[in-house]
Design a protein around this ligand. Structure first.
Ligand code: GLU
Length: 301
């Protein structure tokens, strides 16, 4: 058996906080315990929010925590051709369509539909795509594209689920409702997810599955906030013929108010804690990982 491969995959759109430290340390400890490799991936496809100074701060903060990773670091913005190729494969399967509604138009359609009762929402609480772009004729579609209109490329979820069904994944951690072991994937709960946009040939879902496969990631250790997204990831892996990793979702570090930490909250930022005199060992204690040997079997605070 080749050694397991782990990855920590932050987005450089802000400074890391205690929640990131917890996730990065779990990955690092797990790689150490298993003799595996830890990769670092910079998820910087959102050019409007990602900044080089945040990326530099990620390296600095992780090194301060005592985390070492394999190089080279994969920066998603440098691999758009890989995502374009995967998108082309899904398009060739007839599973991708362009949709031209703006966010505001979508919100208006959802509000109108909700007059007749609740409109379904995805596991993150966002309304499912309510539009009918799937049924545009080829000539209407090319007229809109030729007019320069912006568009999103969406997955035809109903058709994708007809092609591959009965998907599941092996969960070594725990979902938000205690799910563990073999978990049935429910990608249909997400509706026609966005795979790419006119100006960006990818999305979070598409690039994460392409990269995990290309980098040979075998065990994905990440926060429970991404547990339900795994259903979409399993679907894309099956459609693209990619290897299936195992998953270990961990609990989230929460603020004093019980909410998920945010990059804009300074009190839990690693830089702020460091400036206040907290050590790397102190960060481990704060996230409940002071007994390194317990690794991921430790329950989060
Ligand atoms: N880039 C994502 C984030 O910062 C994590 C992606 C993943 O672990 O799948 O939340």
């Amino acid at each position: 058996m080749p050694p397991p491969v782990f990855r920590f995959a932050p987005s450089p759109n802000g400074h890391l906080h205690l929640g990131h430290a917890y996730s990065a340390l779990l990955n690092f400890d797990r790689a150490q315990e298993t003799g595996g490799r830890l990769l670092l991936r910079i998820e910087d496809i959102d050019a409007t929010r990602c900044r080089p100074e945040f990326e530099a701060a990620i390296y600095e903060d992780l090194a301060w925590l005592g985390i070492a990773w394999d190089t080279p670091v994969r920066r998603q913005s440098e691999h758009l051709a890989d995502y374009r190729a995967a998108l082309a494969k899904l398009a060739a399967l007839g599973l991708v369509y362009s949709a031209f509604e703006s966010r505001a138009e979508i919100a208006r359609v959802v509000a109108a539909r909700e007059a007749g009762g609740p409109w379904p929402r995805d596991p993150d609480g966002a309304p499912l795509y309510p539009g009918d772009a799937k049924s545009l004729t080829a000539s209407e579609r090319s007229r809109l594209i030729d007019s320069g209109a912006p568009y999103a490329l969406r997955l035809d979820m109903a058709e994708a689920c007809r092609r591959v069904s009965g998907l599941s994944w092996n969960e070594l951690g725990e979902g938000p409702d205690g799910e563990r072991g073999v978990v049935a994937a429910r990608p249909e709960a997400w509706g026609d997810v966005i795979l790419a946009r006119k100006e960006t040939p990818t999305s979070y879902h598409l690039s994460v599955v392409v990269d995990d496969a290309l980098q040979g990631v075998s065990e994905i250790v990440r926060g429970q906030d991404l547990f339900h997204a795994t259903s979409v990831h399993r679907l894309l892996q099956a459609l693209l013929g990619l290897a299936e990793p195992i998953y270990r979702h961990h609990g989230l570090i929460r603020g004093a108010d019980g909410r998920k930490l945010s990059k804009s909250d300074r009190s839990t930022g690693l830089r702020e804690l460091r400036d206040a005199g907290v050590t790397a060992a102190g960060v481990r204690r704060l996230v409940g990982l002071d007994q390194v040997s317990l690794g991921v079997s430790q329950t989060p605070p």
